[in-house]
Design a protein around this ligand. Structure first.
Ligand code: NAP
Length: 326
């Protein structure tokens, strides 16, 4: 049993921002599984129509300070993830200040860049900011949360396992196209459960926590796991042109751009998962993190039960890039 299930439950709701997204939806799932009261801050309430009626809907956007203040009223704690948006620093500042005013604990899921001291974090921000100028606002806003008066818990997840699902057609066609040097990776279900623990358990010390799977993975290892899970050869054939086309097609806009830039970095780096990072993850989860092998088995089972992903119509040029899989 997960640590979250043995915690006393708050009577006041927990506010989740980004509840329709990759991470926020997992936070909602984990909170509901623990029986906690949940309020979601959503731009489009119809997107959360499948959530139980007991989940409070707080309509609004991060552009609107009044909606944010209304959503935060009477909450036990709040979860924040930074959307892929040019205004993300402004949004974060608005949300963090509102939490400070309301005296609400803030649990934030950011990027895999952190350090124990301000100086260490400054050094990390400088190095990563040089490698990825595009990510500077993300790194600055993480520091704003980290040093806020919200008793903050800042989660630093590695590359999400679930990113691979956007290239289902390529995997089923025998190819893993995303460039991966060597990076810590993590299951978003674990991010959701770790966040739920920090939101429900006031004894979790404020500070930064890495969230990682048991081992770092490179492109060859990732492809080998998919090959074992799908029961067919999957070759690691990294290709930025293909990667860009997939993100443009599946996400588009700012999210596509963020992902494209981030794979230019993760394709180059060699970052080995440390025992200390795994320990921090285990502390929040109360168990070892899910492995990539477990994750690919789960996903492959669901894919094998359905028809293979169809190539999208009108993408002949992109498709051709994938045809000659050796
Ligand atoms: N991909 C990775 O491997 C990885 C790894 C570590 C960290 N990250 C970081 O994780 C963050 C993204 O998290 P995610 O993957 O959960 O994002 P996501 O799936 O794109 O979800 C974003 C959420 O934010 C909501 N949102 C967007 N703009 C909003 C606004 N103006 N007002 C209110 N809500 C708004 C969206 O709602 P709608 O449904 O209305 O659009 C959605 O629920 C990024 O900062 C990224 O850098 C990613």
């Amino acid at each position: 049993m997960n640590t979250v299930h043995s915690l006393p439950l708050p009577t006041r709701p927990i506010l989740v921002v980004g509840a329709t997204g990759a991470i926020g939806s997992q936070v909602v799932r984990a909170l509901l599984a623990a029986g906690a009261p949940v309020r979601v801050f959503v731009r489009s309430p119809e997107k959360v129509r499948d959530l139980p009626e007991t989940v409070e809907r707080a309509p609004g956007t991060l552009e609107d300070p009044v909606a944010i203040a209304r959503a935060l009223q009477g909450v036990h704690a709040a979860f924040y993830v930074s959307p892929h948006d040019e205004q993300e620093e402004v949004f974060a500042e608005r949300f963090v200040s509102a939490c400070e005013r309301e005296g609400v604990r803030l649990v934030f899921s950011g990027v895999y860049v952190d350090g124990r001291t301000r100086l260490a974090r400054f050094a990390m921000r400088t190095v990563f900011g040089l490698m990825m100028p595009h990510y500077r606002p993300k790194l600055r806003l993480a520091e704003r949360v980290r040093t806020s008066r919200t008793d903050p818990v800042v989660l630093s997840p590695g590359n999400y396992f679930q990113m691979d699902e956007v290239c289902r057609a390529h995997l089923e066609g025998g190819r893993y196209p995303f460039p991966l040097g060597l990076v810590p990776r993590v299951d978003t279900r674990d991010v959701g459960e770790a966040a739920a623990r920090a939101l429900l358990d006031p004894s979790v010390p404020s500070g930064g926590y890495a969230l990682v799977g048991p081992e770092s993975l490179d492109g060859e290892q990732t492809a080998a796991h998919w090959s074992a899970a799908l029961g067919r050869p999957v070759a690691y054939l990294p290709d930025l042109e293909v990667t860009d086309a997939i993100f443009d097609r599946v996400y588009g806009g700012r999210k596509a751009l963020d992902c494209q830039k981030s794979y230019r970095m993760v394709g180059r780096v060699k970052m080995k998962t440390s025992a200390a990072d795994v320990q921090q993850t285990e502390f929040l989860l109360g168990r070892p993190p899910r492995s990539f092998a477990e994750y690919t088995r789960d996903v492959a089972a669901s894919w094998l039960a359905t028809a293979p992903a169809a190539w999208p119509a009108g993408l002949d040029a992109e498709q051709r890039l994938h045809e000659p899989v050796s």
